[in-house]
Design a protein around this ligand. Structure first.
Ligand SMILES: *[C@@H]1O[C@H](CO)[C@@H](O)[C@H](O)[C@H]1NC(C)=O
Ligand SMILES: *[C@@H]1O[C@H](CO)[C@@H](O)[C@H](O)[C@H]1NC(C)=O
Ligand SMILES: *[C@@H]1O[C@H](CO)[C@@H](O)[C@H](O)[C@H]1NC(C)=O
Ligand SMILES: *[C@@H]1O[C@H](CO)[C@@H](O)[C@H](O)[C@H]1NC(C)=O
Ligand SMILES: *[C@@H]1O[C@H](CO)[C@@H](O)[C@H](O)[C@H]1NC(C)=O
Length: 741
C-alpha cells in the first residue's frame, strides 16, 4: 500500500505541486483584495444612491434634530464673539459613550449600563432600531432610534448621527455593545492621559485582523470620528460584512490609514473575556491581574452581574484612593489642620488679616467705621455650632470631668486663601474641685470647594444710556464733565447715549442767549454733528421745576432724582441699560464696561461705591488718583446707579402710592411735599421693592468723584481729608483757621 502511494506521488509530483501553488496563489489574491477593501462582487457592492439614502435616512423623530449643513458661502469678515469661552477656545468635554443595543434589551442591559455609568460620563446614548415614538415605550433617556432596520449599516448611521450632532462637544467617543461591562473610572483614566492631538482608534484587536473589537469597546478621537464621517459614503458602499467591528475598522482604515491601536501614548484598553461568572468565580477572578486591570469585561449575560462587577471595581477603586490618601497624608504633618493651606504670609504688617474680638453677643471693631455691633444671625449660629463641637469633644475626651460654663474670649480671623480661624478661651468647671479653669482652643473652618454660580449672559456691547441731571448752579461743572467725557468716552466711539437733563427754575429763561444752559446746548449740538456717523448719541431734555419761594435744589429736594429718572426714561425707552451720574463724576470706558457686565435685565442692578476725592486744599494733591492720600471710597453715596428701564418701572410702580409717578413737569409739585421730598434713593427703592432683582453694591475704582462740598447733615464723612492730613492741618494752621478748633 505504502509503496503504491509513493509511486503515485512520484509519478504525479508536478500535478500535485501545481495544485498546491494554484491554491496558494488564489488564497493570496483573495486576501490581497480583502486588505485593499475593494471587493467588486456585485451582490456585495452598494451603489452611490443607496449609500446617500442610508446617510440621509433620518433617525426617529424624538431624537435631536440634525440641523442642515450650512452652505459654505463666503466667510464673513466681522468677528462674532461666541456665547461661551469654550466655543472660542475649542474646549470640549471629554467622553461620549455610545452603546449598540436592541429593543428587547433596553429595559434590562441598557438600563443597567445607564445606572452604572450614566452619571459619570459626559454623555451616554443608546442606539436601537425603532419605527415608533420611543417615549411611550421606554423610560430610558438617551435612546436614539434609527428607522432603517438593516443592521449592517448601523455603525454608519451611528457615525453619521454622532458626528453631525456631537462632533463639536467631545474629545473621545467610546462605543461598545450592550453586553459589555464598562469599568468607567479606568476608561476615564485612559482618555484623560491621551493627548487630544492624537488620532486615536484604540481597543483590542479582533483575532487575526487589524480591526478593533466592538465587544471589547473602542475609543476613537474626535479627529477620527470626523474623518470617518467624511468618507462615510465610501464606507457604506464598501461594507462587505455584517460585522460591526469590521465595518467600523474598514471605514477608519480607509479614512485615515489607521489600524486598531492596542496602545496610544502608553495607554491600553485591556478587555477581559469571561468564561463564566458568578459570585464564586468572582473570588477566583479577583486574584487575576488581567481581570483587575480590565477596562471592559464581556460578555455579561445576567442582569445583576452588571451591578456585581460594578460593585467589585468600585471597591477596588475605593481601596486605591484610600491607599493614595494615606500615602499623601504621610507628608502632611507640618500644617494644621493636616493638608490645609497655612494661609497667606503677609508682605508687611499692614497686610495682616484682621483679627476680631467677640463675645457671645457682640463683635468689636468689625470694620474701620464701627466700634461695636451685635452678631448677625448667621455669625451667631456659627459660633454656637463651634462651641457645641468643642464642648462635645471635651466631653468625649474627658468624660465627667469638665462642664462648659462660658466663653471668655473669642477671636476670629478670615484669610481669603485659607478660611475662617477661631481662637476661643473657654471657661469650664472642674467637676472635682468645683473651680473654673480656662482653656484655649483653636478651630479652623477651611474654605470649601469652589462653586460656580451661573448668571445670565452679558456682553460689553450693550448701549449705556447715561442720565446726567444738571442744575442751574452747576453749569460750569457740567461743562467740565462734558469736556472730560468727550475725551475719555466719546472720542473712543463707545456705544453710549448721554442725556443731559437740564433743570430750569420756574422763572428761568430757556431760549436764546439768556438761556442759562446755552453753553451746554451748544456743546451738545456740536458734539452731535461731530459724531454724527458713529454709534453714539448726545442730547438734552429740559425740565421746568415748579414755582417756589427759593430756587429748588436737589440737595434739599432729593425726590427730584425720581422726577429726573421718570422723565428721562420716557425719552430713553425702557429696554436700555440706564446709568445715573452727576456732574462731579469722572468716568472712563472701563467703568462703562463694568456697568455693562454688572447690570443684567430682570436679574441685577448695580450701585457702585465711587472713589471720592478729598479736598485738594487739604491734601495738596491736584490730581485724582486712587490712593489713600487723595481720596476714599464713599460708602454713603448711593446716587450712582445702573439698571434696566423695565426693572426700574416695575419697582417704581410698587412705590407709586408713596412717591407719585411723574409723567409731566407739572407732576413734580406732588413730589415736593414735605413727606416725600427727602426720598430720593433709587438704590433703596430697588432694595425694598425690587423683588427678585439682585442689588449689587461694590467698590468701583473706575468711578471717581471730584471733591465738592455737600450740605448733607447726615453724612458722616465730609471728605475734607484723611485723619493724618486733618491732624497736620489742625496743628499747623489751627490758629489761622479758627473754625477748625
Ligand atoms: C441626500 O441628501 C443630499 C443633501 O442633503 C442630497 O443632495 C441627496 O440628493 C440626498 N440623496 C438621497 C438619495 O436622498
Ligand atoms: C440614566 O442615567 C441618567 C444619568 O445618571 C439618569 O438621570 C436616568 O434616570 C437614568 N435612567 C434610568 C432609566 O435609569
Ligand atoms: C416607566 O416608569 C413608570 C414609573 O416609574 C413605571 O410604572 C413603568 O413601568 C416604567 N416603564 C417601563 C417600560 O419600564
Ligand atoms: C498607511 O500606513 C502604512 C503603515 O502604517 C504605511 O506603510 C503606508 O505608507 C500608509 N499609506 C498611506 C497612503 O499613507
Ligand atoms: C459683649 O460685650 C458687650 C460690650 O461690652 C456687652 O454689652 C455684652 O453684654 C457682652 N456680652 C456678653 C454675653 O458678655
Amino acid at each position: 500500500m505504502r509503496k503504491i502511494t509513493k509511486k503515485f506521488i512520484s509519478e504525479h509530483i508536478y500535478l500535485l505541486l501545481g495544485i498546491v501553488i494554484g491554491l496558494y496563489i488564489s488564497s493570496f489574491i483573495s486576501a490581497g483584495l480583502d486588505l485593499s477593501c475593494t471587493t467588486t462582487e456585485n451582490n456585495l457592492r452598494v451603489d452611490k444612491r443607496l449609500a446617500q439614502e442610508i446617510i440621509n435616512s433620518s433617525i426617529n423623530r424624538l431624537a435631536p434634530k440634525i440641523l442642515p449643513e450650512k452652505p459654505q458661502g463666503e466667510q464673513k469678515s466681522t468677528f462674532v464673539r461666541p456665547r461661551y469661552y469654550s466655543t472660542e477656545l475649542g474646549i470640549r468635554e471629554k467622553l461620549f459613550v455610545g452603546i449598540f443595543t436592541s429593543e428587547n434589551k433596553v429595559n434590562s442591559h441598557a438600563v443597567h449600563i445607564n445606572k452604572t455609568i450614566g452619571h459619570i460620563v459626559d454623555k451616554i446614548k443608546f442606539f436601537i432600531t425603532a419605527q415608533y415614538k420611543l417615549k411611550t415605550k421606554f423610560n430610558l433617556t438617551g435612546l436614539v432610534g434609527f428607522t432603517d432596520a438593516r443592521s449592517k449599516y448601523r455603525p454608519f448611521q451611528v457615525i453619521k448621527y454622532v458626528a453631525d450632532t456631537f462632533s463639536m462637544d467631545y474629545d473621545y467617543y467610546f462605543f461598545a455593545n450592550d453586553y459589555t461591562f464598562i469599568n468607567v473610572h479606568r476608561l476615564q483614566d485612559v482618555v484623560d492621559k491621551i493627548s487630544v492631538s492624537m488620532d486615536v482608534y484604540l481597543g483590542t484587536k479582533v483575532m487575526g485582523s487589524s480591526y478593533c473589537n466592538l465587544e471589547a469597546g473602542i475609543v476613537i478621537s474626535n479627529s477620527v470620528l470626523r474623518a470617518a464621517r467624511k468618507y462615510l459614503e465610501w464606507c457604506i458602499m464598501n461594507a462587505v460584512s455584517d460585522d460591526y467591528s469590521e465595518n467600523i475598522g474598514r471605514c477608519i482604515h480607509h479614512s485615515l490609514n489607521l489600524s486598531c491601536q492596542e496602545s496610544v501614548q502608553d495607554q491600553t484598553m485591556p478587555s477581559f473575556k469571561l468564561k463564566e461568572f458568578n459570585l464564586k468565580s468572582l473570588q477566583t477572578l479577583s486574584k487575576n491581574a488581567d481581570f483587575n486591570a480590565a477596562v471592559t469585561v464581556r460578555p455579561v449575560i445576567a442582569n445583576d452581574d452588571f451591578f456585581r462587577l460594578n460593585a467589585y471595581f468600585l471597591k477596588q477603586r475605593l481601596e486605591m484612593y484610600n491607599r493614595q490618601i494615606s500615602e499623601i497624608s504621610k507628608s502632611l504633618t507640618d500644617s494644621w489642620p493636616a493638608g490645609q493651606r497655612p494661609g497667606a504670609v503677609p508682605a508687611t504688617r499692614f497686610d495682616m488679616p484682621r483679627q476680631q474680638y467677640f463675645n457671645m453677643t457682640h463683635i468689636f471693631l468689625p470694620d474701620d467705621f464701627t466700634i461695636l455691633r451685635s452678631h448677625t444671625e448667621s455669625e451667631l449660629v456659627d459660633i454656637q455650632n463651634i462651641l457645641k463641637d468643642v464642648t462635645s469633644q471635651v466631653a468625649a475626651q474627658h468624660p465627667k470631668e469638665y462642664e462648659f460654663r462660658r466663653l471668655v474670649n473669642g477671636y476670629k480671623t478670615f484669610d481669603l486663601s485659607r478660611g475662617l480661624d477661631y481662637t476661643l478661651d473657654l471657661g469650664f468647671r472642674d467637676l472635682h474641685s468645683g473651680k473654673e479653669i480656662v482653656k484655649r482652643f483653636e478651630v479652623c473652618k477651611p474654605l470649601g470647594n469652589v462653586e460656580f454660580i451661573p448668571v445670565p449672559y452679558v456682553t460689553e456691547n450693550a448701549r449705556v444710556s447715561i442720565i446726567l441731571p444738571v442744575q442751574e448752579t452747576e453749569v460750569y461743572q457740567a461743562m467740565h464733565f462734558l469736556e472730560a467725557f468727550d475725551t475719555s468716552v466719546l472720542a473712543k466711539k463707545e456705544k453710549t447715549l448721554l442725556l443731559l437733563v437740564l433743570l430750569y427754575q420756574y422763572n428761568s429763561e430757556s431760549k436764546g442767549s439768556q438761556d442759562v444752559f446755552a453753553k451746554l446746548k451748544r456743546f451738545v449740538i456740536q458734539a452731535s454733528a461731530k459724531y454724527e456717523n458713529e454709534d453714539l448719541k448726545i442730547s438734552w431734555l429740559s425740565i421746568r421745576l415748579p414755582q417756589a419761594k427759593f430756587p429748588l435744589l436737589m440737595e434739599n429736594n432729593k425726590a427730584i432724582h425720581f422726577a429726573v429718572t421718570d422723565l428721562a426714561l420716557k425719552k430713553i425707552g425702557l429696554h436700555s441699560l440706564t446709568l445715573v451720574l452727576d456732574v462731579w463724576a469722572y468716568v472712563t470706558v472701563d467703568f462703562l464696561n463694568r456697568v455693562r457686565m454688572n447690570t443684567i435685565e430682570d436679574y441685577q442692578i448695580f450701585c457702585p461705591i465711587p472713589f471720592r476725592q478729598y479736598s485738594p486744599f487739604v491734601t495738596q494733591l491736584a490730581h485724582l488718583e486712587v490712593t489713600k492720600m487723595s481720596g476714599h471710597f464713599d460708602r454713603e453715596e448711593f446716587r450712582y446707579v445702573a439698571f434696566y428701564g423695565s426693572d426700574y418701572v416695575k419697582a417704581r410702580k410698587e412705590t407709586e402710592s408713596e412717591i407719585p409717578l411723574i409723567r409731566t413737569d407739572n407732576d413734580i409739585t406732588k413730589l415736593l411735599k414735605s413727606e416725600t421730598k427727602k426720598k430720593g434713593n433709587i438704590f433703596d427703592m430697588f432694595l425694598q421693592h425690587g423683588r427678585d432683582v439682585h442689588c449689587m453694591r461694590a467698590t468701583e475704582m473706575n468711578l471717581k468723584i471730584l471733591y465738592h462740598f455737600e450740605k448733607d447733615r447726615n453724612r458722616m464723612n465730609k471728605f475734607y481729608g484723611n485723619d493724618a492730613q486733618l491732624a497736620k492741618l489742625l496743628l499747623t494752621k489751627g490758629d489761622i483757621i479758627p473754625e477748625l478748633m
